[in-house]
Write a protein that binds this ligand. Structure first.
Ligand code: SF4
Length: 389
């Protein structure tokens, strides 16, 4: 059994507090008559029980006349009228200025293993201090964190304020090497991520974010200056796959090229959903694109879908589909392919592409052994790309 340290106990308490706040909200708002779909089916934020006052002006927007503002943070480029919010529910036009509503207001804080992100070539076996907020700029019908991502800050609630400085201090104090922005998309709490990342860089704390990748180029380039590693979800390789998230594939591919050129460590996840993005042809086209545009050494994680949110009618991904995806990716020349959300599968682990030695033995998120020495395979000396120290 896992030992409960004082640090873990603290975060369990925070988690319990967040759960209680959600239960309270559920009782007061949803059980009281509104359906879940009513709360999710909104583009400018659900009707909140009490409006959060905006305090922090947003980055990357411009005035658009008539009191409106145009947000330039993600591919949607929302035109936001006075008093309204953008699609992500987190950016509000107040008095002709755009404000973020979730700055220093995380709704989820936790300590996770870096493998959970997933990151297999970035400080394996270490922990990360993770932050998430309400809101998201995608509407994934399979989202496992929908109770955060498909809600406004008022609906979810947040902890006491945790400023960027306090977030970094917490990581330093607890000796956690990395802060991560995850759970919902960091695009939707960009200013909090950006300010925290700048402080973290000065303090020697690593920065990681997990995103759908639909940034506009300038904000992405700016954030990458203070980032050590990125995990990007590729939702599929067709517009059909992105329709499931009310989004588009092309901005994600543009972002991947930018990250690929930046030198920041990048890993990719593809959640395979039965009937949605699981055709062999689609998987092959995706793998070809990755190899041609990012190179064969980018780790690709095929992840098993389990029913959630609005896709509870679909089955889990068959193991045979995941193994077929692995086979296709290897055939296309990708060198570091793994299978996730399937604890105990042989392909949870990392193997040397040159000699086939098992380099990092993993069971789900747990590293059982790491044989990489000085960034190389101990068997044949092949250089393994990643951030190892
Ligand atoms: S970040 Fe939010 S407000 Fe800005 S363009 Fe994207 S969805 Fe719209």
């Amino acid at each position: 059994m896992r030992k409960i340290t004082r640090r873990r106990f603290l975060f369990y308490l925070i988690g319990v507090a967040a759960s209680l706040s959600w239960v309270k909200y559920f009782i007061e708002n949803i059980r009281g008559g509104s359906s879940v779909s009513e709360f999710n089916d909104t583009r400018t934020g659900a009707t909140p029980p009490a409006r959060v006052e905006p305090e922090k002006e947003a980055m990357f927007y411009e005035k658009a006349g008539g009191g409106k503002v145009r947000c330039r943070l993600c591919f949607r480029e929302c035109l936001v009228p006075e008093g309204e919010r953008g699609f992500c529910r987190n950016r509000q036009n107040t008095g002709g200025r755009l404000y973020t509503l979730v700055y220093s207001r995380p709704s989820a804080v936790n300590i996770d293993p870096v493998e959970k992100e997933p990151q297999h070539h970035f400080l394996p076996g270490t922990e990360m201090l993770c932050f998430g907020t309400a809101g998201c700029n995608f509407r994934c019908r399979h989202c496992h964190n929908w109770h955060l991502s498909q809600r406004s800050i008022e609906e979810v609630g947040s902890y006491m304020k945790i400023t960027p400085q306090a977030a970094v201090n917490l990581a330093v104090e607890k000796n956690i090497p990395t802060v991560s922005f995850t759970y919902n998309d960091p695009i939707s709490f960009y200013e909090y991520v950006y300010d925290t990342a700048r402080i973290a860089r000065r303090k020697g704390v690593r920065v990681l974010f997990h995103s759908n990748g639909s940034f506009r180029p300038d904000p992405l380039r700016e954030l990458l200056k203070y980032t050590d590693a990125v995990t990007i979800d590729i939702k599929g390789f067709s517009e059909k796959a992105y329709d499931n998230s009310e989004a588009r594939l092309d901005p994600v591919l543009e972002s991947l090229k930018i990250i690929g050129l930046s030198g920041v460590w990048l890993e990719l996840v593809n959640l395979i959903i039965p009937g949605l993005n699981d055709s062999a042809d689609e998987i092959r086209r995706m793998c070809r694109w990755i190899k041609d545009n990012l190179g064969p050494e980018i780790p690709l994680h095929f992840s098993r879908f389990s029913p959630a949110y609005r896709l509870t009618h679909l089955p889990r991904t068959p193991v045979s589909t995941l193994e077929e995806a692995f086979r296709i990716a290897s055939e296309e020349g990708l060198e570091y392919v793994s299978i996730g959300n399937l604890p105990g599968h042989r392909r949870n682990s990392t193997f040397c592409p040159a000699c086939g030695n098992k380099l990092i033995e993993r069971v789900h998120f747990e590293v059982r052994s790491n044989r990489i020495r000085n960034g190389k395979c101990p068997g044949c000396g092949h250089k393994i790309p990643g951030v190892w120290e």
